[in-house]
Each structure stands twice: as structure tokens, then as C-alpha cells.
Design a protein. Structure first.
Length: 282
């Protein structure tokens, strides 16, 4: 509970520091009055789960479709394809729904739920928790402050709290489009039962493949205790740069994630992620 309070206090301080008024972003839920259909295509050099990675590198491509009604209700569908070590046509698929609405001119709230369909022995870290319920609170001034709470469940259950801050800076504007960058920083805390299941499933799959397995690094008791505790997991720095036109966005992004000494997937490890995305709105 101490860590949760620290994250909430951090978010509160971010909000208090942002005292300058600003207009709404073009994509704000409070300003949309008609239904929109969006299509996203993304490549990433590695699968990212709150800044953490699996034992093997998992580059992938993903395609997502989203349909948003004017009053904030939206539906999403996504398919993933891992680019190495996977014989599946689709490595995972996801269906979700949510609703976003403004609480005031500066504050908005978003509730969503999604379910991901994983094949047996999926190499993805999060495969043990296919269901995810999310609440996202956003405070917009000259910076954007967010507080995100996720409850992930399935074979086991975990919850995560993410406090973040970001700022969109337009580098160029004009009829030919807008070039912008949005540097951001966030802190993630949570429980880690998912990692226990990931290790169990991976060792089982490796044994079926006839691989020689090293002994576990930690005793079951110590691993279970660490997984149950709420701890800081990662510190994440993001720097996406995007080219915006009326109906589409092209984006290149870099993320640097530093895992805390409590992260079971690699205490103190530094992970880097590079992604390329194309978004089109009909």
C-alpha cells in the first residue's frame, strides 16, 4: 500500500505543478461528435510488458482496428504476429471495448476491458493473464498527466499502477502536415504473479522440446512472496516523433525502460524498444 500511495502522490504533484490553461487536443473525447473508424499497423523490435521483456527477443507486427462512437463508446480488435520462433499464423489476437468521457475541460476518464486469445505455450510474458480491465485518468494542461490502473487476470491475477507525464511539442506546422514529438516519463508498480506462470510454462515447453534445463534461481517460497508484494517495476522514458496529416499519422518511437531491483524479469536490467507505426482514420 505504501508504494500505491507514493504513485498517487506523484501523480497529484504532477497535476499541482501544471497550472497553465490550454485548449483541448484534437483527439479529445469531449470534442468528437461523430463515429470514426481507425486502422493501425505497428512494428516493434521486442514485445514490451510494462518495460519488461521475455527471455528471448520477440519482434512482432500488429494490426488493430478501432471503432469509436461520438459519445465515447469504442470497440477494438487486434492481431499480433511474432517474427521469429513462431509457426502460428496469428501469434495472439485481442478484442476489447471501452468508454471515454470528460469530467471537466481538463480531466477525462476512460474505462476499458479486453480479452487476448493466446495459443498454448505462448512465449509472451503476459500470456497467463488474458483478461485486462483498465481505468485511465488524464489531466490536460500545458502537460499531460495520467494515472492508469490495470487489473490483469486469467490463470492468476495481477494489478498495476502507472503514473506518467508527457508533453507534445509541434516542431513544424502548416498545410503539409504537423511534425511533433511527445517526450514522456512514467513509473510502473504492481504485483508479479504472471512471471511465476511464465517461468512454469516456459520450463514445461523447453522440457517437451528436450532442452537441458538449469535449476531455478529462486526457491518457490521466495518467488511467491515477491510476486504477491506490490513493488515498483520499471521507470520508462519515451520519445515518439510523428508526422500528422488530416487522416493519418506516421510515427517512430523509442522507449528506454529501467527495471527496478524488485522486477523479477531482470532486476536492474535496461531494455530498449524501437517501434514504427502507421495510423489511418476513415
Amino acid at each position: 500500500m505504501k508504494q500505491i500511495c507514493l504513485l498517487i502522490m506523484a501523480f497529484s504533484s504532477l497535476v499541482c505543478d501544471a497550472q497553465t490553461d490550454s485548449s483541448h487536443a484534437a483527439g479529445d473525447a469531449s470534442t468528437k461528435t461523430k463515429a470514426t473508424l481507425g486502422l493501425d499497423l505497428t512494428y516493434s523490435n521486442n514485445a514490451n510488458y510494462y518495460g519488461q521483456v521475455a527471455e528471448e527477443s520477440l519482434p512482432y507486427v500488429a494490426v488493430q482496428a478501432s471503432y469509436r462512437l461520438g459519445f465515447g463508446l469504442y470497440f477494438t480488435g487486434m492481431a499480433y504476429k511474432l517474427l521469429q520462433g513462431d509457426n502460428q499464423v496469428v501469434s495472439a489476437s485481442n478484442l476489447g471495448a471501452g468508454v471515454a468521457f470528460p469530467l471537466s475541460k481538463k480531466v477525462s476518464l476512460d474505462f476499458s476491458y479486453n480479452h487476448t486469445f493466446y495459443p498454448s505455450y505462448s512465449p509472451l510474458l503476459q500470456a497467463s493473464n488474458p483478461d485486462n480491465a483498465t481505468a485511465l485518468l488524464t489531466y490536460e494542461t500545458w502537460v499531460s498527466s495520467t494515472l492508469n490502473v490495470d487489473y490483469a487476470f486469467g490463470k492468476t491475477s495481477d494489478y498495476f499502477v502507472t503514473a506518467g507525464i508527457g508533453k507534445t511539442v509541434n516542431l513544424t506546422t502548416g498545410e503539409k502536415g504537423i511534425l511533433s514529438v511527445k517526450p514522456s516519463f512514467d513509473i510502473v508498480g504492481g504485483t508479479q504473479h504472471f512471471y511465476q506462470i511464465y517461468l512454469i510454462d516456459k520450463r514445461l515447453e523447453d522440457s517437451l522440446l528436450g532442452l537441458l534445463l538449469p535449476p531455478p534461481d529462486n526457491s518457490p517460497a521466495s518467488v511467491t512472496s515477491m510476486a504477491t508484494e506490490f513493488n515498483l517495476i520499471s521507470y520508462n522514458f519515451k520519445a515518439p516523433i510523428s508526422y500528422n496529416r488530416a487522416n493519418y499519422v506516421i510515427e517512430a518511437a523509442y522507449q528506454l525502460s529501467i527495471l527496478s531491483n524488485k522486477a523479477q524479469s531482470g532486476p536492474g536490467k535496461v531494455n530498449s524498444f524501437i517501434s514504427l507505426s502507421f495510423y489511418y482514420q476513415f
